[in-house]
Design a protein around this ligand. Structure first.
Ligand code: GLA
Length: 387
């Protein structure tokens, strides 16, 4: 079920009998640079016009409560000493934020909160970063806590590592806080330096096909990939002690020392090193306005994720194969952590409708799943709607 500003506000007023502050917190896409963030590499995400809305206000009865509209569940938070819980799982994303703000020395007033939105969970659009960062932003507004957008992104990542248990990189939280309309963010995850790259989408649309698949192994496999990359770095350090992450590694170094790696670790490292270089080339494509070349690199990324990094699945591979030879589609690939979720497609405007029809019908035949598709627009990062 989807919730709008108005419905989130109305639920809040009915439940808590007060006028709330409203905050919007967007999902994200990533055009290129997948699984590179936790390897100190480059990424190219953007915030989108799918979002979670938070309604918040101080509470005057000493208890803090959060109501999740999509789960129809309420949860009471101990703002002095928040701890992870086994149920409901969604509370952990938010409890970690409270924990981190308290540990940073901020005193939080009791509060009431209602949230809901239209980011489909498990679709790889990072509803988790939207939850974390939107909530952190809301608590900062409510308590007059002055933190930079990058600091809020880091608090979100901390919560995901420590309260949710996924050792994610910084891309999702950064895109959520730093997104800018009509621009991709080229982020260097080593230095956190970034650049806004304008993307001219007057003739093209960004279309997401939601495979509808949510493999439960996604978060375990995510941490495993991260560990495999770290194993590669340990081996490479013996060859060159100055190497700290895969960002410091060239393809030549890898190829010349092929025999010291297992096939598995070699393939993981090869994908990451190639992908970091690919983002650099894709950024030149964008600056030159060459979306054709940019699109080809998206297909290359998909192949690397599928064959070397092994985070794709049959459904995602099929969705990419359906559009691959269609000249109206510049590029397509699986997006996000993998094992389900969406593919991102760069499609000529005139072909959007027909492509959606073709993909939907083929996918239904193949997997008996009614696919959801979203034409998304690049939006600003988390912001206050009304105070
Ligand atoms: C998830 C993580 C990100 C990033 C992507 C893969 O979305 O949260 O940090 O690693 O997967 O690129």
């Amino acid at each position: 079920m989807e919730f709008t500003y108005q419905s989130v506000r109305n639920h809040f007023v009915e439940r808590f009998n007060a006028e709330p502050m409203l905050i919007r917190s967007p999902g994200r896409i990533n055009l290129i640079g997948e699984h590179t963030d936790y390897n100190d590499g480059l990424v190219m995400p953007a915030a989108i016009d799918k979002e979670i809305i938070f309604a918040v206000a101080p509470s005057y009865n000493h208890t803090s409560k959060i109501f999740a509209l999509s789960f129809n569940e309420i949860f009471e938070v101990d703002v002095q000493n928040p701890q992870p819980v086994s149920d409901p799982p969604w509370a952990n994303y938010l409890l970690g934020i409270v924990r981190q703000l308290v540990d940073l020395g901020h005193t939080l007033k009791p509060f009431t909160c209602v949230f809901g939105g239209n980011i489909p969970p498990g679709s790889g659009l990072s509803s988790s970063a939207a939850l974390e960062c939107g909530f952190a932003f809301a608590l900062c507004e409510l308590n007059a806590v002055q933190l930079s957008r990058t600091e809020i992104a880091k608090i979100g990542q901390w919560s995901e590592h420590n309260f949710v248990g996924v050792r994610c990189g910084i891309m999702d939280q950064f895109a959520n806080m730093m997104g800018k309309e009509n621009h991709l963010i080229q982020l260097d995850c080593q230095s956190l330096e970034y650049q806004y790259l304008p993307i001219d989408l007057s003739a093209y649309s960004i279309v997401l096909f939601n495979s509808g698949v949510k493999h439960s192994l996604a978060s375990t496999e995510y941490n495993t990939r991260r560990a495999e990359c770290e194993e590669g770095v340990q081996i490479l350090k013996e060859l060159d002690p100055s190497i700290k992450t895969l960002r410091d590694v060239s393809l030549n170094l890898l190829d010349n020392n092929r025999s010291v790696f297992s096939d598995l670790v070699f393939n993981r490292c090869k994908y990451i090193v190639e992908e970091i270089a690919r983002v650099q080339r894709a950024s030149v494509d964008l600056l030159q306005g060459d979306l054709q070349s940019f699109g080809k690199r998206m297909y290359e990324t998909h192949d690397g994720l599928s064959k070397l990094y092994k985070v794709s699945c049959d459904e995602l591979d099929y969705l990419v194969s359906l559009v691959r030879n269609n000249p109206e589609i510049l590029g397509a690939r699986m997006m996000g952590g993998g094992f389900g979720g969406c593919t991102v497609n760069l499609i000529k405007n005139r072909a959007v409708k027909s492509t959606i029809e073709q993909v939907s019908s083929a996918y239904r035949k193949q997997f008996n799943i009614d696919i959801e598709s979203y034409v998304v627009h690049i939006a600003n990062g988390t912001s206050l709607i009304s105070s």
